[in-house]
Design a protein around this ligand. Structure first.
Ligand SMILES: NC(=O)c1ccc[n+]([C@@H]2O[C@H](COP(=O)([O-])OP(=O)(O)OC[C@H]3O[C@@H](n4cnc5c(N)ncnc54)[C@H](O)[C@@H]3O)[C@@H](O)[C@H]2O)c1
Length: 355
């Protein structure tokens, strides 16, 4: 049985469905601060609990026979985290500490953790980021994700944990209209919200050292991302025999160097600890995203050019090699798949008053 914290959220709802499709049993823990009950599929138990409620969380794990946790529950707006650093550390950093405590109490020793490319902060150059690239978060959100990774790594030997931290790049799209992202923290939802409101979308900076002058990011379809979680659950369970992509070779044994957290050899060969970039390895510029959204809408998107925003790096792109080697996973969807599914979800967002 897998416990998915934050399973009523945008990504969590996709992860729950992917695990179910893989034949896993799943329960959800979510405090519904940002989640929707309707995103939890019929037959999946929703426990309305905060991850900060350590004892209640441990009780859920014990009562329901939970063997592993996918920990997505967190606050995710980097900008807000600058204004509310204590709240972000309480919820995100405190959330991981509470979760680890509950897992120890309940004897649960498998963990897949939602980390973020925000741990890298501003890249030192334009090369794709590997898991060994410098981590230097530029906001409390990114710090909270990095501290979460560190706490998991530090606690793993004593708790006998097998774990994987997935550093997501820019997540986009949806697997069904009613699973659309209801927040507007990323470029595609921001462009679509502006379009619906009859406002031009904003391009922040057209003088970056990129081919078309706009920033480049690595967008990953949320359905591909959910599949990476299924593979990560297999990794921490020591069962990669059915890797999602048969063309990719899974490791012969868990815990090998390719998936190892830097500098952290597991105490025994049965335990695994891995930090993995989850991106496509392909960057798209803001103008390319605008063109793709326009194709999905069937009409050119109105945009206006504004000055650069402070702290926006020109290029953030994943090197996803390690995830392919360790998980036997790679992305399948492209930018047009992401924008067309996001545009399709607009009808549901409007009909339910969420846009
Ligand atoms: N969306 C992205 O682009 C992105 C990128 C990188 C990393 N992430 C990470 O992925 C995870 C999921 O993000 P999302 O986009 O689905 O966000 P979301 O806000 O849609 O989902 C988060 C879920 O966690 C729940 N939650 C929040 N705090 C909680 C708490 N203290 N106890 C219990 N439940 C709580 C919310 O109710 C919500 O259902 C987060 O950890 C986020 O930091 C997201």
């Amino acid at each position: 049985m897998w416990l998915v914290t934050g399973g009523a959220g945008y990504i969590g709802a996709h992860v729950v469905r992917a695990l179910l499709a893989d034949g896993q049993r799943v329960v959800v823990a979510d405090d519904l601060s940002d989640g929707l009950v309707a995103r939890v599929p019929d037959g999946v138990q929703l426990n309305i609990v905060s991850v900060l409620e350590t004892e209640a969380l441990a009780q859920v794990m014990t009562d329901l026979g939970v063997e592993g946790v996918v920990h997505l529950a967190a606050k995710k707006a980097a900008g807000d985290s600058v204004d509310q650093p204590i709240y972000y550390h309480q919820q995100n950093t405190g959330g991981v500490l509470s979760l680890l405590t509950a897992m120890e109490m309940a004897g649960v020793a498998k963990l897949v953790y939602s980390s973020s490319a925000a741990v890298y902060g501003e890249p030192v150059d334009d090369r794709p980021l590997t898991e060994d690239s410098r981590t230097s978060p530029t906001n409390p959100y990114g710090s909270s994700k990095l501290i979460g990774e560190m706490m998991i790594r530090d606690c793993a030997p004593a708790l006998g944990l097998s774990w994987a931290a997935l550093r997501y790049f820019n997540v986009a799209g949806c697997g069904a209209d009613e699973l659309s992202d209801t927040s507007a923290n990323n470029l595609i939802p921001m462009l679509l919200r502006a379009h619906v409101a009859g406002r031009p979308g904003q391009i922040f900076g057209t003088d970056y050292p990129t081919p078309d002058g706009t920033c480049i990011r690595d967008y990953i379809h949320v359905v591909d991302l959910a599949e990476a979680h299924v593979a990560a659950c297999r990794l921490v369970s020591g069962d990669l025999s059915a890797a999602p992509d048969p063309a990719l070779r899974p490791p012969s044994a868990p815990g090998q160097a390719a998936g190892q957290a830097p500098g952290q050899a597991p105490a025994d060969s049965a335990r695994v600890g891995a930090i993995l970039n989850i991106g496509t390895g392909r960057g798209s510029s803001v103008r390319e995203v605008i063109d793709s959204v326009s194709r999905a809408l069937g009409a050119p998107l109105a945009v206006e050019e504004s000055p650069r925003r402070p702290g926006d790096p020109s290029m953030v792109q994943a090197d996803p090699t390690r995830a392919a080697e360790v998980l036997g996973w790679r992305s399948h969807y492209d930018l047009d798949d992401m924008t067309s599914s996001a545009v399709s979800g607009l009808t549901w967002l409007s009909a339910t008053g969420r846009i």
